[in-house]
Design a protein around this ligand. Sequence first.
Ligand code: ATR
Length: 274
Amino acid sequence: KKWYAVIGNPIEHSLSPLMHNTWMTVEERDAAYLPLHVLPENLEQAFTGMKVLGISGFNITIPHKETILPLLDELDPLAKKMGAVNTVVRLENGQYKGYNTDGLGFVKSLEDAVGTQHKNKRLLIIGAGGASRGICFALVQEGYTNIAIANRTVSKAQAICNELDTNAEALSLDEAATQLGEFDIIVQTTSAGLNHSEFALPLSLENLSKTAIVADIVYNPLMTPFLAQSKEKGATVVTGLGMFIHQGALAYSYWTDVYPKAAVVEDILLANLG
Ligand code: ATR
């Protein structure tokens, strides 16, 4: 039997075990995926334990995505660039390699929803935290070339722009709100609209084009105020659940060589949000 896990602190609310175990069951794999509560001070010992037990792969969530890096034997270039790992794979030689599927999971979700024909369109990424960084690197890797990043702290948006291998522009939230109508795809990466978040919207949607595609990475609630207002204005909306599913699907594919179907887990995840 093969064992997989997700490690984090806290971990009890993670939907990853439900998602991966559903895929494993549907495919009749002799495998199981466990949630493991690991405190920051125990990360190294926990990893040693998992190695000794021969665990086949694991996901990593807050607060270990950065601190796991020096413990790994190998790093995928995208994970190295991001400085964060969310997926670890046990290689045939018993070594453990780190990947980051968060940003690519977003791109897969976007392309699942609206197709792959938007690579030259104008993209606006709102927010400049870790999630935004991962998404920006992945978008550029996947061939998206026209990116602007808007953030409350513009210097953080500029710092990401400087790291991207394409021309990218940093904007203030006010500038982005004014120019909003010029963007074809808008991606909300801050915690705005998350249950209990202190702020509902990162910027005004008054100037949004009705032909825009608007994506949010928050999936709890599924319809954030940002998406709800965008939809009212006629935009096509992409919820954050797809990113969660596809970051998991990519991890699963690295472990098994099979890319599982998003649709298999959608309903069960929707029923367990909240
Ligand atoms: P994550 O890793 O989830 O991306 P993060 O690195 O803490 O989280 O980034 C949070 C993002 O939300 C940042 O873009 C942050 O803006 P700043 O860089 O200016 O801090 C943004 N954010 C958080 N609270 C905000 C608020 N009240 N208004 C606007 N933006 C906010």
